[in-house]
Structures are given as structure tokens and as C-alpha cells.
Design a protein around this ligand. Structure first.
Ligand SMILES: [Zn+2]
Length: 178
């Protein structure tokens, strides 16, 4: 069997949640955990029966999404802020950026997603050890904890998607745009 025969797993709500080997999909099917939504045009023979390889299966019980949290790092902070200084609004290259404690550490500010903002060197010097209010500067937006990108979106974009999956994946990308 070609390795391309992998199975897309949908949640109860038809949301794609993972990609598994077809063997694993068959196991889930035999365990009664999934129902088959789409099949490949390929048979597999077991000792007692012949079935088609599942292309898309749907979980029969609720699935709790466990997203990987985005790692707290300098580069991910810049990414969240789109490489834009959160004070002057100018986009910079990584070398000209630094990160700013919105509430300075000297005033009890923490090194966390919600207190760190991307900042250019100039604004960083201007702000110094002051809060934006004290420095008379305004943040473009309040720093937030980024929500994780679903693992599946990344995985799917890196491989050719079987035709049998397309309806389900497109449906999701439409949903994620609103
Ligand atoms: Zn700036």
C-alpha cells in the first residue's frame, strides 16, 4: 500500500483534526470510534472481509482539541506583532527590533505575552523605564497571548491533499476566515 493512503480524521462537527495512517483509521473503525465518510477506491482484505480504505473518517464522540501553546520567544513576539513597533507603527527588520516591557520590570511588570510588545530601538530608548502613560506614548494594541495555530493546517499545506479530503478542508478554511 502506498504511503499516500492516509486518512483524514474529522471531529464530530466535521472539523479536520488529524491525519493518520489508514491502518490506524481501520483500527479506530473496528473499535467503533469512527464512521467512514469517504473511501479510497482501494480494497484491503482481512482474513474475514474486504473493505475499502477509509479516506475520511469522523469521530463518533466529542473530541477535546489540545492545541500546542505558542512558545514564548523573541521571534514569536515579533511575529505576533507583525515585526511592527507597537509604539510608532513602523515595520522593521529583526535586527532593528527589540522587545519592550510595557509596564517596566522596575515597576513590577512581568516578562509575559501580555506585558511584552515589539518595539524599535528609537521608541525603546524614548520610553526608557517608564510606562506608556508616563512616557506619553501610546500602544497600537494591547499585547495578547497568541492563540495556537492548529497543527493540522500546517501539516496539510505541506503535502498533496487527496481529492477525497478537499470538501472537508475547504469547508474549514472558509470557516477560519471569519
Ligand atoms: Zn518605534
Amino acid at each position: 500500500m502506498e504511503p499516500t493512503h492516509r486518512t483524514l480524521v474529522l471531529s464530530q462537527g466535521f472539523e479536520p483534526i488529524s491525519i493518520v495512517s489508514w491502518q490506524h483509521a481501520i483500527t479506530l473503525l473496528f473499535l467503533g470510534k469512527v464512521e467512514v465518510i469517504e473511501e479510497y477506491d482501494r480494497d484491503i482484505k482481512t482474513t474475514s472481509l474486504v473493505i475499502k480504505i477509509p479516506a475520511v473518517v469522523r469521530l463518533l464522540s466529542a473530541f477535546r482539541r489540545h492545541k500546542k501553546p505558542v512558545k514564548f520567544s523573541r521571534i514569536n513576539i515579533y511575529g505576533r506583532d507583525k515585526y511592527t513597533c507597537q509604539y510608532c507603527g513602523v515595520k522593521h527588520s529583526i535586527n532593528d527590533l527589540t522587545y519592550d516591557h510595557v509596564v517596566p520590570r522596575s515597576q513590577g511588570g512581568t516578562t509575559t505575552w501580555t506585558n511584552i510588545a515589539t518595539c524599535c530601538e528609537t521608541c525603546n530608548r524614548r520610553k526608557g523605564g517608564r510606562t506608556p502613560e508616563q512616557a506619553g506614548m501610546k500602544l497600537l494594541k494591547k499585547p495578547v497571548q497568541p492563540t495556537a495555530t492548529p497543527v493540522l493546517v500546517v501539516a496539510v499545506s505541506r503535502e498533496s491533499v487527496p481529492d477525497a479530503w478537499r470538501d472537508y478542508l475547504y469547508w474549514t478554511s472558509e470557516l477560519s476566515q471569519d
